[in-house]
Structures are given as C-alpha cells and as structure tokens.
Design a binder for this molecule. Structure first.
Ligand code: 13P
Length: 297
C-alpha cells in the first residue's frame, strides 16, 4: 500500500473518537517494528521522523525504508516530519515523498508563527501534503528543541481559532499542558481550554508528550479531538533497554541479529500497548475503504 497523507485518517479518527499512534523511529529496525505491529493489529499508524534523525540518515534512506516496509501493508501508513523548523529540511522532505510535515514556529510571536506556518502550507499544497502546526509552546526536550519547565505557554483559544481558519491544517497541535520527555511531576492539563477548542475547531488535534501520560488522561484527550497521539521517549527507552536487557540475559551471545531481535521485541510491546490503548486496533483496513469513498465522492 503506498504511503498516505494522514489528514482523512485523522478526520475519521476524531469522528470515531479513537487515537492514531504517531511513533518516532530512530533506525530501520524501529521503523519495521512500528509498521509490522500496526499491520498485525490492523491499525493505522504514523511514522514521524525528527529533523535530527533525518539529518543523521539522510532523506532518501528513510523514505526508501518506509516505502519498502509499507508496500505490502493493508493499513494506512503515513510518513511525517515531527517539529520541522528549517524550510530547507521541510522542502527536502516534500521532494522525497513525506506524506505530511510539521512546521513548529511556536517559539515565534503569534503573527510570525502564522506567517511561517502559512508559508509551509503553501509550499506543501502542490505536493498534496497536509501539514501540522503548533501554537502555544510544549514543555520539555524534543530532539534539539528545549522548552524549559515554566516557559511553555498554553494556547489561547481565540488565537487558535484564527490560526485554524487561516489554513486547512491536516492536524493542529495546541499546547495544553503536556510535555515532551519524562514528566517531572503530575502534568496539569488545561481541560477547559481543550474543551473550548474541541467545540470551536472541527479538525483533529495532535497530542504531544504522550510518554508517561496516564491512560485516563489520554482517553479524555482523545474524546476531545486529539486524534493523533505522539510517542517518542517511551520508544527510545524500549530501544536502549531492549538491547541492554537482551545482553544481560544472554551475556555470551554476540550474534547482533539476535540482540536486535531482543530490542525489536521490546519496542513492539510499546507500540502494541499504545495502539491498543488509543483504540486504533481493528480500524486500519476499514479506514482505507472509507477514505477511498471520501476521496472518490
Ligand atoms: P514524548 O517524548 O513525551 O513521547 O512526546 C513525543 C512527541 O510529542 C513528539 O513530538
């Protein structure tokens, strides 16, 4: 199955109140785990590459892996750029077949964020690629982007409505009190804000900072329009721990492919748990049919 833009998938997910897992792969093995686990659960899935990962391997290598691994799947698979900041990086993703890109200009004042996001929106239009954009700033460290605790800002609903009316986003990322990385304390979710946004903006939202959020918090966010749920840190932990645990349990085994197998098992447990928890299992093939109908209508 060719890769597909996540826009229609997320519109449907918001309608049916389930979440699509958006996982950050760091190499070929993690890419394979994400796609194979989604396929085994009949679930739609989003692979979102950080700019740092793209710079490390190069656009072509990543696009080739993902296309090749997705080609025999029967579920929707999208390839997204997470927290894109650099226009050249974004342009190269568009040229290499990314189905979605995020522009993160959330550190800029509102008007400039809007202008930069619209520039990327216009850039992506001829490719048929829908975009993710963020307002407010999400706490924590995501790759090289650091937002100190206490410095992130929660989204202003009036500005959010203006922002979403200014362009037809694939998904909107509002800062609602979640954070990237490991939570230092109890996250304080701005429920009133999220409820207002849900009532006023019809499109799907992205929930950033999914690692470490309690199940009931994630479920409530999904019910309030967060159709895309981001998981990065938890997969990184499984990547490293899976490798170390295998070596601890098999100290004499220096066959790399078995060690990588242990690492993949550990990552697939995370992907399986999250997809199941978000309610995406069993939705994949049916979604392709309903999206097909939407596109042809
Ligand atoms: P975590 O690092 O908390 O999993 O968040 C991931 C994310 O939101 C990526 O944009």
């Amino acid at each position: 199955m060719p890769l597909i833009d996540f826009k229609q998938v997320l519109i449907q997910a918001r309608k049916e109140a389930f979440g699509v897992g958006a996982f950050n792969p760091v190499d070929y093995a993690s890419t394979r785990v994400i796609i194979e686990t989604a396929e085994s659960l009949d679930a739609p899935v989003i692979l979102q590459t950080s700019a740092k990962t793209v710079s490390f391997y190069g656009h072509k290598a990543i696009a080739d892996w993902v296309r090749h691994l997705a080609e025999d799947t029967t579920v929707p698979v999208s390839l997204h750029l997470d927290h894109g900041k650099d226009l050249d990086m974004i342009r190269a993703c568009l040229d290499h077949g990314w189905t979605n890109v995020m522009i993160d200009a959330s550190d800029l004042p509102f008007e400039q964020n809007l202008e930069r996001s619209r520039t990327v929106y216009e850039l992506a239009q001829p490719y048929g690629v829908s975009i993710e954009a963020e307002i407010g700033e999400i706490h924590g460290v995501e790759e090289d982007i650091v937002v100190e605790e206490g410095h992130g800002s929660v989204v202003d609903p009036e500005k959010a409505v203006l922002f979403c009316e200014a362009m037809d986003l694939g998904v909107f990322a509002p800062a609602i009190g979640t954070a990237h990385g490991i939570y230092k304390g109890e996250p304080k979710i701005e429920w009133d804000t999220l409820e207002t946004l849900y009532g006023r903006i019809p499109g799907p939202f992205a929930l950033h900072g999914g690692t470490g959020l309690e199940d009931n918090i994630i479920q409530r966010c999904i019910g309030l329009g967060c159709a895309k749920v981001n998981i990065s840190t938890q997969l990184k932990i499984a990547f490293v721990d899976g490798f170390c645990d295998y070596h601890r349990d098999h100290p004499q085994d220096y066959e790399p492919l078995r060690v990588i197998g242990g690492q993949m098992k550990s990552m697939s447990e995370v992907v399986r748990d999250k997809i199941t928890q978000f309610g995406g299992a069993g939705k994949g093939a049916a979604l392709l049919t309903s999206i097909g109908e939407t596109i042809s209508n």
